[in-house]
Design a protein around this ligand. Structure first.
Ligand SMILES: [Zn+2]
Length: 294
C-alpha cells in the first residue's frame, strides 16, 4: 500500500511538472496570439496599433504586480522622420516605451528588454510580427510573471518594452538619452528579439566585450551541463536591436534564436501559427538558472 501511494505521489508529481511546463509555454502563446491579433494592426502607426499594444502590456504588467517606472508606465517619444516603406510613420508621430520594475533587496539591477512594436500595415496588409517581436515581448512578460511570484529577490528587476525599434532603434535610443533608471547600477541588461523556433539553439550578440564575456561564458557553461539549447553561439556587438545604445551605458547582451520554426521575417507570413514554441520552456529555464547563479 505504501509503495502504491509512493507511485501515486510520483505520478502526481510528474503530472504537475508537465502541467507547469505546459502552463509556461501556454502563457507565452496567449501573449503572442493577443499581440498578433488583427485588432493590433501589426503594432505600427496605422490605427494606432502601437498604442493599443502598449496599453495591453501596461494592463498585463499591472495585473502581474510589476510597478510603473513613470506615473503611467509610459515613456513618450516622437519619431524624427517620415517614411514611405514599412514601418510607415510620420515625423512627429508620438509613441511610447512601457517601463516597469519589481524591487529587490538591493538597487543592483537586472534589466530585460524587448521591442513590442512591429511594421504595422502597408495598404490593407498586416505585418503580424509574431517572431519579430511578439515572441520576445512574451518571454520578457513571462520572466516578469515568474519574478513577481518568486520570494526574496536579491536584485531589482526592470522590464522595458520599447517602441520604434523597426524604424531604427528610436525608443531604446530615447531611453538611452533619457534613462528612467541609474544605468551605473545595472549589473546586466538582456534584450530578447526573435524568440520563436530555436531548433539550432541561441545566439548572443555583444558576447565578447570585456564586461559581458564572463556572463556569456556562464550561459554556455550552464548549457553544457544541462543541454537546454542545441548550442549557444556568440557574436561581437552590432546595432541590430535595442541592446545597442544601452550597451554604451551598461553591460548589455542581445539573445535571439537560431533556426525555426517561425513563419517568416519582415513578411505578412510571420504569424502566431508559424511561431514554434517547442524550445521555449527550456530557453526560459536556461535564463532562470543563469539568474539564480548571478
Ligand atoms: Zn525585431
Amino acid at each position: 500500500m505504501a509503495r502504491f501511494a509512493r507511485i501515486l505521489t510520483l505520478v502526481g508529481l510528474l503530472l504537475s511538472l508537465s502541467t507547469l511546463h505546459a502552463q509556461d509555454s501556454a502563457y507565452a502563446r496567449r501573449i503572442i496570439r493577443d499581440l498578433t491579433s488583427p485588432e493590433m494592426y501589426g503594432r505600427g502607426m496605422q490605427n494606432r496599433g502601437d498604442s493599443i499594444a502598449a496599453n495591453y502590456l501596461r494592463t498585463e504588467l499591472k495585473r502581474l504586480g510589476v510597478r510603473p517606472l513613470t506615473k503611467d508606465y509610459y515613456q513618450y517619444f516622437r519619431f524624427p522622420n517620415t517614411t514611405t516603406r514599412p514601418p510607415i510613420v510620420k515625423a512627429g508621430y508620438r509613441s511610447q516605451n512601457v517601463c516597469g520594475y519589481i524591487p529587490g533587496e538591493t538597487d543592483s539591477m537586472i534589466v530585460f528588454t524587448a521591442h513590442y512594436e512591429h511594421l504595422g500595415m502597408h495598404g490593407d496588409t498586416i505585418f503580424f510580427g509574431a517572431h519579430d517581436n511578439a515572441s520576445g515581448t512574451a518571454a520578457v512578460l513571462d520572466l516578469a510573471r515568474m519574478t513577481a511570484q518568486q520570494e526574496g529577490r536579491h536584485y531589482t528587476y526592470v522590464f522595458l518594452f520599447f517602441g520604434g525599434e523597426e524604424s531604427g532603434l528610436i525608443g531604446s535610443g530615447y531611453f538611452a538619452d533619457m534613462p528612467l533608471i541609474k544605468m551605473n547600477k545595472v549589473k546586466l541588461l538582456i534584450n530578447i528579439d526573435l524568440f520563436c523556433g530555436g531548433d539550432e539553439g541561441l545566439m548572443v550578440v555583444n558576447a565578447n566585450a570585456r564586461e559581458t564575456a564572463p556572463y556569456v561564458d556562464m550561459l554556455q557553461r550552464i548549457n553544457e551541463e544541462r543541454g537546454y539549447a542545441a548550442k549557444i553561439g556568440r557574436r561581437d556587438n552590432a546595432a541590430n536591436s535595442d541592446h545597442y545604445y544601452l550597451s554604451q551605458l551598461c553591460p548589455a547582451i542581445f539573445i535571439y534564436t537560431l533556426g525555426g520554426p517561425y513563419g517568416g521575417y519582415h513578411s505578412p507570413t510571420d504569424t502566431c501559427e508559424g511561431c514554434g514554441l517547442g524550445n521555449y520552456t527550456r530557453f526560459l529555464t536556461l535564463i532562470r538558472t543563469f539568474l539564480e547563479r548571478l
